[in-house]
Design a protein around this ligand. Structure first.
Ligand SMILES: [Zn+2]
Ligand SMILES: [Zn+2]
Length: 323
């Protein structure tokens, strides 16, 4: 399983020089299985770069992808009108949403392209699009089994757990701790995950203060969950628009002092889970633009599983962005 981050910023895109190492695009994560199955989690502004990359990689071959949206806040859907593969005939996309919300999903996607918000409507998109309702049972996509759970966020949100290729990837963004049901749900998603992506938008001080109730969390809570649930890698995600690269560097150090196996997501960061290893490729946001530069030439750190240490502990702390 290969996980690549195309958008890691929370709330709004921040195309600023001071953010450029971690990246300014909003939530979008690509998951590629060993058999080539393509899964896309969230469609923030990072989706645009993913689309360009897919067209380059795929050439004229038709493209098929399963798209899972956590919720419909702008920062998770705003990349859809700019996702070039949606405009090409022959491509097939299956959008997924929770029970009874498939109409909302369709409306949310089509609505942002309606008059007066966008120059053309969705009818100019020539790809085939299907909308599928998620129920209590996991969804099978290729060889992946994907389950979901509700998170604690204004207007609702869901997190996903992708199991495939003998690997577990948990994705829980846009959630605030403190609701027992939702706290349990996050732990269900994270249990024994190889990679656990978690909302770390705020500092612990912010969450205790003025940011309480906004529906986001901290690295501190992420570390607590990872330790409790045996998640091997915690990946801080949904970075605050005001947390620039220098600030993020300090936040990552704070997080690693609580849980050493912590990284912060950055545009272009690629994680490969294979044969029990999580391999981390650290790249800058610029590299994300040019697929091919990203995976090979950046600093790598292979992190062995079961190296005689307790699961989730004592593995080397990894610097996440190339400097
Ligand atoms: Zn968000
Ligand atoms: Zn949100």
């Amino acid at each position: 399983m290969r996980i690549k981050f195309w958008g890691v910023r929370g709330s709004t895109p921040t195309p600023e020089r001071r953010n450029s190492r971690y990246g300014g695009n909003t939530s979008c994560v690509e998951v590629t299985l060993a058999d080539g199955t393509l899964i896309i989690l969230d469609c923030g502004s990072g989706l645009r770069s993913l689309g360009r990359s897919l067209l380059r990689r795929n050439g004229k071959q038709p493209l098929r992808a399963a798209i899972f949206l956590t919720h419909f806040h702008w920062d998770h859907i705003q990349g859809i009108p700019f996702f070039a593969p949606l405009y090409a005939p022959g491509n097939v996309f299956q959008f997924h949403s929770v029970q009874h919300r498939e109409l909302e999903l369709k409306a949310a996607i089509e609505g942002q392209m309606s008059n007066p918000y966008f120059p053309v409507d969705m009818s100019v998109m020539r790809s085939q699009r299907y909308f599928r309702e998620l129920n209590a049972h996991p969804v099978t996509v290729g060889r992946a089994e994907i389950s979901w759970a509700e998170l604690n966020h204004p207007q609702g949100c869901i997190g996903f757990r992708v199991e495939a290729d003998d690997a577990v990837f948990a994705y829980a963004t846009d959630t605030e701790p403190g609701s027992p049901v939702h706290d349990r749900n996050v732990r269900q998603l994270a249990r024994n995950a190889d990679v656990f992506v978690y909302d770390a938008q705020y500092t612990p001080e912010q969450l205790r203060g003025e940011k309480k109730g906004w529906g986001h969390s901290t690295y501190e809570e992420g570390a607590r969950i990872a330790l409790e649930c045996g998640a091997r890698r915690l990946v801080m995600f949904h970075h605050d628009p005001d947390h620039d690269d220098a600030y993020m560097d300090r936040l990552v150090l704070r997080a690693q002092s609580v849980y050493a196996n912590t990284l912060a997501a950055a545009e272009g960061l690629t994680l490969k889970i294979a044969r029990g290893n999580v391999e981390v490729a650290a790249v800058s946001g610029v590299a994300a633009e040019s697929e091919g530069n990203g995976d090979g030439d950046a600093a790598h750190a292979a992190l062995p599983r079961g190296n005689g240490t307790k699961r989730g502990q004592n593995a080397p702390a990894v610097s996440l962005v190339s400097r």
